[in-house]
Write a protein that binds this ligand. Structure first.
Ligand code: NAD
Length: 489
């Protein structure tokens, strides 16, 4: 049954169709390293048609103005997603290497909550805000503001949590009245297409409102970012690509919304009775997506006075997360996405060794399972915040432990990063932990294990971690323009 969902098709102008010349490319399993099927390989002409369809649906249909109809369609899509959790889970395990347990949360199930959230928000939203009467330059006028959709959105997404990010981009855009061209990462075409299939076959979303183009060439995204028919680029990916997106957008003054990389700090304050909760959060949190999560707290700032005790607690916890078959419900650490990602992780660990850091555990590929892109969960201690391994995003199951002297030192090390996406503070004195948390320049913070993730919580970063906020009310309003009106009274 799931084989059916691995189809090599695109969604353009309401039709599920092959790419021009029926071009396809291989989809590789992270668990085995083998090709498990093919995906449609969109050509520039396919992308051009997708943009044209989205433009036309925005300009020539009532989609942008009929919010009640949009709410109905989003609720239909929610029903369809809910009815097909099993198929989405199989696809996500197959092409992402996501563990079955992660599919029960962040990889498949949790993001489905965006749909009712945004349907409710669009239903209750104050689309028109009266400003009352005032004496203006031209006499007395009655004024008001209407919130209108930005227009055609190009959504460009990465491979690490594709369902989460595809939905976080598409759903608020649709709720706002935009139309969309989604380009998933080359590594994760099937989960993108599955969404297209549910939209085409199970909802009344009109032709052209959502278009999904999968392609092998990552730079195909550049066609979208350079096109003047696009009104907004909603991008999630690396900071380097984000810079290219921003440069391309400048040409047409296209609005950009960027969710980029992170190298977030977890600060363990020295008043903790023990480090077990810190260790569990750091180790299990990172394992969930094999360290391939932008908001993971991969820089562990540990008090110098209790450094060895903390390092031992974290290393001990890592014994519980051996790499394993992601299909097995008990596996917590699956494979990395690709051979290239595995090489990148190995290069980073080698650079840490060369810089004089200490590999406390892990630091190698496991003997088994063989064939896939597996790597042992790794703890690197005695890291200086200036080392590459502390400054650059590794995007693998690797944590670095950095000693600090006092709260001020911890805050300054945490903020000494090009990124500012997320963070965590643990301390027995909650008010002291909160005070430290407030001083970290990031878009999200967890205090003593509190989980900030949810459809109503805006997510995004400071500095090189991006521009704008996704999810929550802020993520909806990213897709709206304010249009002010006045009439004489
Ligand atoms: P990437 O930047 O290589 O690719 C992201 C997307 O951009 C892909 O769809 C890719 O095909 C496309 N792309 C590549 N070149 C392009 C160009 N010139 N113009 C337009 N699009 C282009 O990132 P990745 O390797 O797929 O994902 C990992 C990165 O994503 C990490 O840096 C991670 O931190 C980041 N990420 C950020 C968030 C967040 O919300 N902040 C979430 C997940 C991942």
């Amino acid at each position: 049954m799931v084989a059916d969902w691995r189809a090599e098709r695109l969604l353009i102008d309401g039709n599920l169709q092959p790419a021009a010349n029926k071009r396809t490319y291989p989809n590789v399993s992270p668990s085995s390293g083998r090709t498990i099927g093919v995906a449609a390989d969109a050509s520039p002409a396919d992308i051009d048609r997708a943009i044209g369809a989205a433009r036309s649906a925005f300009d020539n249909s009532s989609w942008s103005t009929d919010s009640r109809f949009r709410v109905k369609c989003i609720r239909q899509l929610h029903d369809a997603l809910t009815a097909h959790v099993a198929e989405l889970t199989e696809l996500t395990i197959a092409e992402v290497g996501a563990t079955r347990s992660a599919c029960g949360s962040i990889q498949v199930v949790s993001p489905m909550a965006f749909l009712p959230y945004y349907a409710d928000l669009a239903e209750s939203y104050e689309w028109t805000t009266p400003l009352g009467e005032a004496d203006t330059l031209g006499g007395r006028a009655s004024r008001w503001i209407e919130r209108v959709p930005v227009g055609v959105v190009a959504a460009i997404t990465p491979w690490n949590v594709p369902n989460q990010i595809n939905l976080a981009k598409i759903i608020p855009a649709l709720a706002a009245g935009c139309t969309v061209v989604l380009k998933p990462a080359p590594q994760t075409p099937w989960t993108g297409l599955a969404l297209g299939r549910l939209i085409a076959e199970h909802t009344d979303i009109p032709a052209g409102v959502v278009n999904i183009v999968t392609c092998s060439d990552p730079a195909a995204g550049a066609i979208l970012t350079a096109d003047p028919r696009i009104d907004m680029i909603s991008f999630t990916g690396s900071t380097n690509t984000g810079k290219k997106v921003m440069r391309a957008a400048a040409e047409n003054i296209t609005k950009v919304f960027l969710e980029l990389g992170g190298k977030s700090a977890l600060i363990a304050i020295d008043d903790l009775i023990d480090f077990s909760e810190v260790a569990a959060t750091a180790v299990f949190g990172t394992a969930t997506v094999c360290g391939q999560g932008c908001a993971l707290t991969t820089r562990l700032l540990l008090p110098r006075s209790r450094y060895n005790e903390a390092v031992e607690a974290i290393a001990g916890m890592m014994q519980h997360t051996p790499p394993g078959d992601p299909d097995d419900p008990s596996t917590m650490l699956g494979p990395l996405i690709s051979a290239a990602q595995l090489d990148r992780v190995e290069r980073h660990v080698a650079s840490a060794r060369a810089d004089g850091a200490r590999i406390v555990c892990g630091g190698r590929r496991p003997g088994s399972p063989s064939g896939g892109f597996f790597y042992e969960q790794t703890l690197i201690a005695d890291v200086d915040n200036r080392m590459a391994v502390a400054r650059e995003e590794i995007f693998g199951p690797v944590l670095v432990a950095i000693p600090y002297d006092d709260d001020n030192d911890a805050v300054s090390i945490a903020n000494d990063s090009p990124y500012g996406l997320s963070g965590a503070v643990f301390g027995d004195d909650e008010s002291r932990a909160l005070e430290v948390a407030r001083r970290i320049r990031t878009g999200t913070m967890s205090v003593n294990g509190g989980v900030w993730y949810g459809p109503d919580v805006p997510f995004g970063g400071f500095k090189h971690s991006g521009v704008g906020r996704e999810m929550g009310r802020a993520g909806f309003e990213e897709h709206l323009e304010s249009k002010a009106f006045a009439k004489p009274v």
